[in-house]
Structures are given as C-alpha cells and as structure tokens.
Design a binder for this molecule. Structure first.
Ligand code: EPU
Length: 456
C-alpha cells in the first residue's frame, strides 16, 4: 500500500476487514474541526526540480507528504541528487553530483507522472542530456507535450524520438528565445522558466501562465540568482545567468486542497477551519463560494468554511487559467451544486475531458447532464480553446451511497465528499489515488469526525 496512506491509517487508528486500497464511508455526518494544509503539490514538485539548477544545496519547507512528492524525490535520486529530510515537512537537496540516468531507471520512478518533462531544461544545463521515457498510451504523444518540445527546440535543444522515449541534447548549449505559447499552459510556462534562467541571453515568453504557483516558482528562482520580470499581458522576461545557487523556501499553500475542504464543509453541512489557507490566492474561489451560499471567515492563520443553513444557490461558471476559476476546483464544487436549488452550469475549458466523475455522482442520485460539445446558446466569456464541455447540474437531489472505483485525484475527492453527505454506506476502491495530492487524507477525515472504516 501507499506509504502515506498507511501512515494515515495508523494515526487514525481504524482497523477493519478491508483491503488496503478500500474505504467504507457511512454518510450523514457533518465534517467539523480544524485541519492544516501544507505546500501545494503543484508548486512543491516544481521547486524540487528547480533545486537541480543550483550548485549549492536547497531547502524546501512545508513539503506535503503525498505520493507525487515521493515520485519526484525518486527521480532526483536517480539523477544523483542526495535528498534528506532534516525535519518533518522539510526536504534538503544536495546537487553536487548530478549525473545522467537511463530510460529504464527514469521510467521505473516516474510511473504515470508527467513530471520527467520538467527535468529537461535543468538536466540539459547540468548534464547535456535529458530523457523522457515513453510512458505509454497517448500521454507521450506529441499533443500533450507539444508546447514543451517546441519551447525546448526554440532554446536550441535537439529532440530525437526513439522506441524507448524522447532524448534531448543541446550540442551548442541553450540560448534565450522568443516564445509565444499557443495557450497559457502551466507546465509549458514552468518549462520555459526552468530552461531560460541558465540559457545564454534573454528569453521573452508571451501568453505565459501566471498562476500563484508560477509566481512562487519565480520567487524561488530569484532566490537562486535568476533575473525574471513579470510584465503586463502575460509576458515574462528572463535574463539568463551563468550560475544559480541553492534556495531556502517555504512552499505556497495548496489552494486546490483548501477549495476541496471548503466544498466538503458545505456539502456535509459542516464547519472546517483550514489552517494555512490564504485569501489572496483564493479570491475567485471565495466569490463563487459566497454566491453558492457557503460562509467563510478569513483569519490570520487560515480560513474557516461552513454551511450557514438555508438553501444553496445555483451558479454558472467556467473554468479558466488564473485569475479565473481553476479547473481543479470544479469537481468538489459540483458536489455542492447537486444540493443547490435550481440549475447550475459549469463549463470546462481547460481540459477536454474532465467531467467523467459526474457519472458516479449520478449513480449516487445526482442529476448531472454533460454536453460534450458545450452549450452553443450560452456563449462563454473567454473563448480561449477550440473545445469546451458543459455540465448542467439540477438540484437539490438526495444522494445515496454507492460502490465507487476512484477514477482520479480530484474526481476521487469529490466522490468522497458526496459519500460523506449521502444517505447510507459507500464503498470505495482504488482510494490510494487520492493520496497523490491530498496529504494525510485518512487522518484528516478522522480529525473532522467522518464516519468511515479503513484498514491500512
Ligand atoms: N496542453 C497541450 N500541450 C502541451 C501542454 C498542455 O495541449 O504541451 C494542454 C493540455 O492538454 C490542457 C491545457 O493545455 O488541455 C492546460 O494544461 P497545462 O499545461 O496548463 O496543465 P499542466 O501543467 O499539465 C497543471 C497542474 C494541473 C492543473 C493544470 C491547470 C501540475 C502537476 N498539474 O497541469 O493540476 O489542473 O496545471 O491549472 O501542476 C491536479 O492538481 O489535479 C492537476 C491536474
């Protein structure tokens, strides 16, 4: 079993006759209490890659105990980085002996993760070679990483595709470039930043993503010696430098985890104080939360979220890049919208296919209709993509327990909170996926008084 889940189970003290990847939820108990969120999955993993660029050790604080962090740690060790944990939630990276690795080793550690792609720039600078193993299926097809490869080619990298995967080299070194992303992709923006900081000359990146996690990565790179300016209209200028040193940094809190627990509070008629949550990076989410009918109180050390009683309201929202409503927030919010009085519409514009989880919600009694080509009669505010999907959620509907195979990280969390609010019992399998991005999920559920059975 996944080690962080095992740790959770031990701490939560739950012992019943289930396999290690299953959980039984008895619905109907409000989640009440205080939990803490640590650093963001989507920053910590990138900060770990950035450590490769420094020729002195780096220290990252508030690192969450999640399996995605373990994956990146394993990969760094494959490249010769010594990773130590001086205390709980801290990782120290010694990059004195960075070396190349083989496809098989990288593949063995990367699993289903796309993170090896972000190692390209730092590895080309440090070792002159980067390998992206063929992770199978369509994940390594040109399309999902085309922005990354095009950007790396613009810096002067040579990309060779072979049967084991993709090999990148930089025979003439990497040189600053003018790059315009077709879409403000988070990963491609990080790719450009991690490559441009040590390239020769200046890089101008247009149509960059400007998520708070990207700003935190820029802060880390600045601590390391980089010169990066964020200009208006999604333009980022990076002046390459010859040398970067290690950093000491406390990771930005996990906005997606906060939004998830906030949704859990209204879905279960609960009251959850999320220590570590900050308002500034959550403004868009908080506006929608308030419109739906959730209550929140911003305090110095966190944000309290609760269901104030009364009915919940339907909303129409569309997911977008920052400062829009994040795609990762729509899944837990949709569970709340199944309890709103009226019809809500959620447009998903970031990913082609992120409503699959609604099928299981319908099994539980929800009324959600997904329109795979969007709704032509409801034009979106931001027409950024060629594709769009829309979910129409009609509420309120009584939810009841069901047997669920957790499909993915955010979908899985949504099923979990739906089950916590539902009448009767739900049994989940494949629950380990949730620990990819939610730290100590079992322990937190126990802290909040959830009624569940779990054996680690
Ligand atoms: N895209 C391409 N080609 C590329 C790169 C992206 O077509 O080369 C497309 C994607 O297919 C997608 C869109 O561009 O339709 C946006 O993808 P983006 O690159 O912005 O996403 P990402 O970097 O792969 C990160 C987070 C996601 C989060 C998105 C959007 C990490 C590890 N992942 O993904 O987080 O949803 O940004 O904010 O940082 C999650 O935490 O559950 C999660 C999926």
């Amino acid at each position: 079993m996944n080690s962080s889940l095992a740790l959770d189970a031990q701490k939560a003290g739950q012992r019943v006759g289930l396999t290690s990847d299953e959980i039984v939820i008895n619905g109907g108990t409000p989640l009440i209490g205080r939990i803490r969120v640590r650093g963001a999955k989507n920053l910590a993993t990138k900060a770990m890659v950035a450590a490769l660029l420094g020729d002195t050790p780096s220290l990252l604080k508030d690192v969450p105990e999640i399996s995605d962090v373990q994956v990146v740690r394993g990969l760094l060790e494959v490249y010769g980085v010594r990773v130590m944990s001086p205390s709980v939630g801290e990782l120290r990276f010694d990059t004195t002996n960075v070396e190349t690795a083989h496809f098989a080793e990288i593949d063995a550690h990367a699993g289903a993760s796309r993170i090896p792609i972000l190692f390209c720039g730092p590895l080309l600078h440090r070792t002159g070679e980067a390998l992206i193993p063929d992770l199978g299926g369509c994940r390594i097809g040109d399309r999902p990483i085309n922005f990354h490869l095009d950007a790396l080619r613009a810096f002067g990298a040579v990309v060779d595709k072979g049967h084991e995967g993709i090999r990148l080299t930089a025979p003439n070194g990497l040189t600053g470039a003018n790059i315009e992303l077709p879409y403000p992709s988070v990963g491609a923006t990080e790719q450009v930043l991690l490559t441009a900081v040590r390239a020769k000359g200046t890089t101008e990146l247009k149509n960059a993503a400007i998520e708070p996690e990207i700003m935190d990565l820029i802060a880390i790179l600045q601590k390391m010696g980089a010169i990066i300016s964020v200009e208006p209209n999604r333009v980022i200028l990076i002046e390459g430098v010859d040398r970067l040193i290690g950093y000491t940094h406390r990771a930005l809190f996990d906005r997606n985890e906060v939004a998830s627990w906030a949704a859990a509070a209204i879905v279960t008629h609960g009251d959850i104080f999320v220590e570590g949550a900050r308002q500034a990076e959550l403004m868009t989410f908080l506006n929608v939360y308030r419109k739906v009918g959730g209550a929140f109180d911003v305090q110095e050390d966190g944000i309290r979220f609760w269901h104030p009683g009364g009915v919940l309201n339907p909303v129409t929202i569309e997911t977008d890049v920052h400062p829009g409503f994040m795609t990762d927030w729509q899944q837990p919010l949709i569970v709340a919208l199944t309890q709103a009085h009226g019809t809500s519409i959620v447009h998903e514009t970031v990913y082609e296919n992120r409503f699959g989880f609604t099928e299981d919600l319908n099994e539980m009694g929800a009324d959600i209709v997904v329109h795979k080509s969007g709704l032509p009669d409801h034009p979106r505010r931001v027409a950024r993509r060629d594709f769009e999907q829309a979910a129409i959620i009609t509420g309120p509907t009584k939810l009841h327990g069901a047997d669920i195979r957790v499909p993915d990280l955010r979908g899985g969390f949504s099923h979990l909170i739906a089950a916590l609010s539902a009448e009767g019992q739900s049994k989940f399998i494949n629950v380990g996926i949730i620990s990819r991005g939610y730290e100590h999920i079992i322990e937190k559920l126990a802290t909040l008084g959830a009624n569940f059975e779990y054996e680690g």
